[in-house]
Ligand binder design. Sequence first.
Ligand code: RIB
Ligand code: CA
Length: 310
Amino acid sequence: MSKKLPVILDVDTGIDDAVAVMMAVKCKNLDIKLITTCHGNTTIENITKNTLSMLALLGEYNIPVAQGMGHALKKVREHVSVHGSNGMGGYEYKNNPLKALDKSALEATHEVLQKADEPITMVCISPPTNVANLLLHYPEDAKKIKEIVLMVGSNEIVPEGAIPYKEFNASVDPEALEIVVNSSVPKVIISMEMGHTAYFTWKDVYKTEHKNDFGKLLEVIFRQYHDYHVKNGIATHDGCAIAYLAKPKIFKMADANMTVEYFEQLGSGVGVIDYEKTPNCKITKEVNVKKFKKLYFKCLKKCKTTQEIE
Ligand code: RIB
Ligand code: CA
């Protein structure tokens, strides 16, 4: 079997993050060295609790989790979450034995990078606050990072004078995104169009529910996930980021230049793409939906839930 890809995963668990965590730990060619939590879909406390719950339910007791930033780097902006009351559609996993490390995401990430005997892939399926914070505090770590894969922004060109859609991860902390896009580290952008294209249909949700206990849980929390772009199903933004790591060839990519632009009407900033300027990232343009879902169900099939789902 080919060598596993060492990964640090930053999450704001969140319903589509839960799918991504499941795929990340079940993909045989990924080695998850650390999971860090970041503010976003709900409070940082809920996000850490939700992440630990998913790992416990997946029987993954040996992946360290470190809690990260509870707010944006420079400016806290009000934002609406579409992930239910606690970020997990209200689902609570009782008496979880797992605990987060007693060190911050910043320190835990720095330690893992410094100890690594090869560059590590960082995946950010949350507002890029923790990643930016690392680059600010430990700039020397940039050379220990193979690439940063971010679920953020759109691959659509913003016409002159138009107001773009504010993708959540970018708009919650655009200043952090600016730091990351301006860094020298190779970047891969998983644009929101992927999760809107490779969304789970109700048939996929039915198949998920009847796969196993973990699938039954996903079906319960999916009911509370309301991405406005996906009316007849479940967006798969964060799962697409993991699929890119596991099977990059199911995506069509383009070289592009991402900058962060601020729009008064949005009260925030967004990642704006230009395909003519000097590239500073690769961005997803298309996804093979059939192959994405084949990977998802292959991962789901491996899940053995260790506790009855209430
Ligand atoms: O815009 C989609 C992104 O925002 C996903 O990562 C979702 O979990 C939310 O964090
Ligand atoms: Ca997320």
